[in-house]
Design a protein around this ligand. Structure first.
Ligand code: BJW
Length: 235
């Protein structure tokens, strides 16, 4: 199937669940009693910056304890062996795709291991804790650094590149996302409406967007994605 065909892969929290990164809307979907919308918004950060920094500090530190799973590795194989254009778009802010070896990758919701300075705009690699008292390495200002994360109400990164890849996609593969957060939740419908693109979803359950897919594979990514990649590469 891969000769001259373009593939876009979208991943969500279910991609990293088996690596030990909690999803947002599962049974473990609350964080210390807070919904994600309360901590992942500019309003939440303005209201209580230390709470929001604490949330991201814990999650950044937790990245040290997790590893890519068989699903991440399968996508690396797909990228290397696919003969058409390939783009991996992740909503995840962990770095498991790049640690597995993925290269053509867009983090549309940002990255936990980066900080951004609201004073000078610098985007800095960041593996330590952040607080309202942290000094920016680029401009020296204190208090301007925030997680380099797309919060509710903010514009996701690299949307032009993503939209153009979706327009030219022959295969759209959607993995481990509940399909409730836009604009990513709209990608499947968008692709289905304007092309002959084949749409495939992998999830442990049906989602809000399953009806748009030609094929809905039920099961965990670590088991189902390696099988699907073999099938796509041999078609
Ligand atoms: C497995 C598995 C296994 C488990 N194997 N599967 C009203 C209507 C429509 C839209 C809006 C509205 N009001 C506001 C909006 C817009 C808003 C939005 O969508 N809100 C909804 C809640 C309604 N969106 C925004 O504000 C976005 N910006 C925006 O829209 O700008 C304007 C714009 C318009 C047009 C074009 C472009 C821009 C920004 C959204 C920012 C999202 N940020 C977060 C948090 C930051 C990151 C962080 O802190 O980590 O991103 S929210 C959170 O949800 C996170 C995720 O990336 C995102 C998606 O979640 P995901 O990945 O789907 O996770 P879950 O937990 O929901 O699902 C996991 C799935 O995995 C489940 O289905 C499981 O079954 C499955 N699973 N284990 C396979 N082993």
């Amino acid at each position: 199937m891969s000769a001259g065909q373009n593939i876009v892969v979208l991943t969500g929290a279910g991609m990293s669940a088996e690596s030990g990164v909690p999803t947002f809307r599962g049974v473990d979907g609350l964080w210390e009693g807070h919904r994600i919308e309360e901590v992942a918004s500019p309003e939440g950060f303005a209201r209580d910056p230390e709470l929001v920094h604490h949330f991201y500090n814990l999650r950044r530190a937790a990245l040290n304890t997790v590893e890519p799973n068989a699903g991440h590795l399968a996508l690396v194989k797909l990228e290397r062996e696919w003969r058409g254009k390939f783009l991996l778009v992740t909503q995840n802010v962990d770095d498991l795709h790049e640690r597995a070896g993925s290269e053509k990758l867009i983090h549309m919701h940002g990255e936990l291991r980066k900080a951004r300075c609201e004073c000078c705009g610098a985007v800095l690699s960041w593996t330590q804790e952040l607080s309202s008292g942290t000094r920016c390495r680029a401009c020296g200002e204190i208090g301007g650094l925030r997680p380099h994360i797309v919060w509710f109400g903010e514009f996701p990164f690299e949307m032009e590149t993503i939209m153009s890849a979706l327009e030219g996609a022959d295969v759209f593969l959607c993995i481990g996302t509940s399909g409730v957060v836009y604009p990513a939740a709209g990608f499947a419908q968008q692709v289905a409406s304007h092309s002959n693109c084949r749409l495939i979803e992998i999830n442990i359950e049906r989602t809000e967007i399953s009806r748009h897919f030609h094929e809905h594979i039920v099961g965990p990514v670590s088991a189902e994605l390696p099988k699907l990649v073999e099938r796509l590469l041999s078609a």
